[in-house]
Design a protein around this ligand. Sequence first.
Ligand SMILES: [Zn+2]
Length: 344
Amino acid sequence: MVIDYGIHVAVTNLTEDLVKEIPKVLEAGVSSFKLFMPYRKEGLMSDDGRIYRMLEESRRLGFLVQLHAENNSVLELLIERYVSLGKLSAEYHAKSRPNFVEGEAVHRGLALAAAAGGNLYIVHMSTKEGVAELSRMKKLYSNLYGETCPHYLVLTDEKYLSPKGRRYIMSPPLRSKADNEALWEGLANGTLSTVATDHCTFTDAQKDLGKDNFTKVPNGVPGTETMIPLLYSEGVSKNRISLNKLVEVVSYNPAKLFGLYPRKGTLNVGSDADIIVFDPDLEMELSQENLHSRIDYSIYEGIKVKGMPVHVFVRGKPVVYNREFVGKKGAGKFVPRGKHQPLN
Ligand SMILES: [Zn+2]
């Protein structure tokens, strides 16, 4: 690793004996646990009881439950329906996971959190329905948080109709312009607390495993290097969010929620000097050639941005200088995290 990192525990099984081990995990500096509502066939799915049990413990012990919110049985049914009709192109990935598949699951997760008194963070939210539900429930119960990702803010499901539509296959899928706008609005008004990348890259050759069948396409898209320029150009420059809000949703809020504050997430005496130097006037057309990821394409190919990070420092040492990587393999350290800190 060349930057500092932490890890989450993915909870794919839960017994009362395992629950008793949670304090040891917290002592090891891991204070967030991810649960999946979908992915039954992959063995990752958590049912409502398991989610509720983890939420109960999150309140008692002060950790954060991260939830991937999609209704598993409905999306499984729709996938089987499209497959049986021979509808296997990339657009049916999105059609098998319509907005209500997320909206219903978000509602259920929030209701369970409020009932258990737990700390819940819904990862990678993509729909206006999800945002509306989060906004409604936050008025009734406080420790509820939502994250979205650059691709849900900037791209739409039209991408699935392109010849390389499979490059854009991730779950939940890309949505409509109206969803993009609801997510920006959710960031601006504080309904959503963070933007994260959900960075998970596959090369064209790997995506091609599902060339003739969307169910065989590995899920995930790149996003690390492009997150800040997209949030700045599409968000700050278009007056959807302020510059302070940008910093809040990528740095301050995540540091607090995930127990890193004040070591990270602030410029202060005694804090780590993790700093981006940003040039608001630097213009660039995003493409695979001028980005640094080893992946052989960019999902943002052709999008023009104005404003790019030029230097990146980790604990005061340059990792990127003048847009060139100057870091060292192994210089990144595991950061033990403390308890989840609620946002006001
Ligand atoms: Zn997920």
